[in-house]
Structure formats: structure tokens, C-alpha cells
Write a protein that binds this ligand. Sequence first.
Ligand code: NAP
Length: 246
Amino acid sequence: MGMANKFSIAYGIAGSLKNQGAALIFTAQSERFKEKISDTIAEFSKHDVFVCDVTNEGEIERVFKEINDRVGNIDFLVHSIAFSDKNELRGQYSQTTRENFLNTLNISCYSLTEICRFLPIIMKDGGSVLTLTYYGSEKVVPNYNVMAVAKSALETSVKYLANDLGEYGIRVNAISAGPIKTLAASGIHEFSKILELERDRAPLKRNVTQKDIGDACSFLISDMASGITGQILHVDCGSSIVGMTI
Ligand code: NAP
């Protein structure tokens, strides 16, 4: 869930999963986005794209039932969805409007909670869920603002959801990805500066790639990570371990 184009983190994840032999199905936010992304998705999947706008009441349950009827059981789910008004991904966090606060948290955090509630419909034999977060939830990153608050809530949700779904044999984890230039990221004011600063600070002296994140995702959702749940794995070339550079 959440592949907008070839620059999306989900595109890198899909590539890695395909290399590991996974069979994939995708959702898109609307019929219009489905049409835009169909050719790209055809690289990975022979199935139709399912439409699911996570803000629509009942849509997640509906789409899971549809997937169950048309494709059957699934073994993993990747939640690569986030949104905020870009006018509020700049300046001071205190200026965030109530409307955008609620919308950002709804799309970027609550969606995962609702997904996990209905997941047992299509993940009957156990499996795993993975979501994407960012370091701005831990320390202040200029302009990340309300998205940082959404990511904090998302990370805490991962722990509570992992606890809830453990009894179904379902694991829930997150990757805290270093910055990558995507459609969503381009809404963050001065994002190219964040990219530069993270690269300079990182012990590996580079930015992460879609492949870095995709391969870590393949590990976390596969049985190789069968004892890991409720965790946030940093895939950021090490930048989050550095407090200061001189
Ligand atoms: P992206 O390519 O723009 O992907 C964001 C996705 O969210 C899009 O596919 C978008 O769908 C989907 N989405 C937004 N609102 C939705 C809704 N109401 N219902 C269903 N889908 C919706 O950007 P990305 O950077 O790869 O983002 C993927 C995830 O990685 C996000 O959680 C992001 O916060 C996280 N992340 C990104 C970075 C980074 O630097 N890029 C770093 C750490 C974490 P449409 O295109 O159809 O609207």
C-alpha cells in the first residue's frame, strides 16, 4: 500500500520482494492514481490494482474482503502511506491547524491501526506487517513538524499493534528510513538540505537508497525475522547514532 511512482520507497521494497520470489498485489488511493501507476505495478504483479483510500470509512475492511475473495490469503503487508499539507511542513510546528493535524494523523498513523484490526481477514496463517517511519519522531528536524508527531504515534502504534496481533502469529515492525527524494518528501520545505546534512553526518557518508530499504524490508517481513516484532529498525547509513559532527 503506497506506491505512487518509481521514486516511491514502496517501489524499492517491491523490487527487493520480487527478487526474493514474492508474489505481490497492490492498492492505490483512487481510480485516477490506479491508472497512473498501473504500468509500473505491472512490473511486479499480474493482479489488478485494488482501490483503497484509507480515509474512507469502511474502505479498508471492504478492500481486504475483496482481496480475500479474488486472491485469497496474504502473508505480509507493507504500509508505505503518509500525507500532510505541505504548507505546514515548513516554519513552526505550533502553527499547525487542527484540520491538518487530524488529517495527517488519520492518514499517516490511524490507517495502520485500522489495517491491523481487519488484517486477520486476509492473513489467516500469520504473517507480518511493515510500516515506514523517520528519525524526526525522535529528535527535532526542521520543517518535519506535524509529520514528526504522526511518526511518533505510528512508532508507538507499532508496539501496541504487535502486542495485539501476536496471538494471530502476526508480527508488526517499522523501518526508520533515512531521507530519500520522493513525492511525499518533496513537500517538506528545504528537503534537499536535509538530504545533504544526513549524508554528511552518516558514518557510511552517503544517503540510503531504495534498495537499502527494500532489502531490510524483505528481511523484516520474511521468516528470517521470525522472532522480531514491535521493533523500529533504523536503515539510515547510521546517521541516527551520531549526536554531533565537527
Ligand atoms: P510517496 O512515494 O509519495 O508515497 C506516499 C504514498 O502515500 C503514496 O503512494 C500515496 O498515494 C499514499 N497515500 C497518501 N494518502 C493516502 C490515502 N488517503 N489513502 C491511501 N494512500 C495514500 O512517498 P514515500 O517517501 O515513498 O513515502 C512512503 C512512506 O515512507 C511514508 O510513510 C513516508 O513518511 C515514509 N518515509 C519517507 C522518507 C523519505 O525521505 N522519503 C523517509 C522515512 C520515511 P497516492 O500517490 O495515490 O496519493
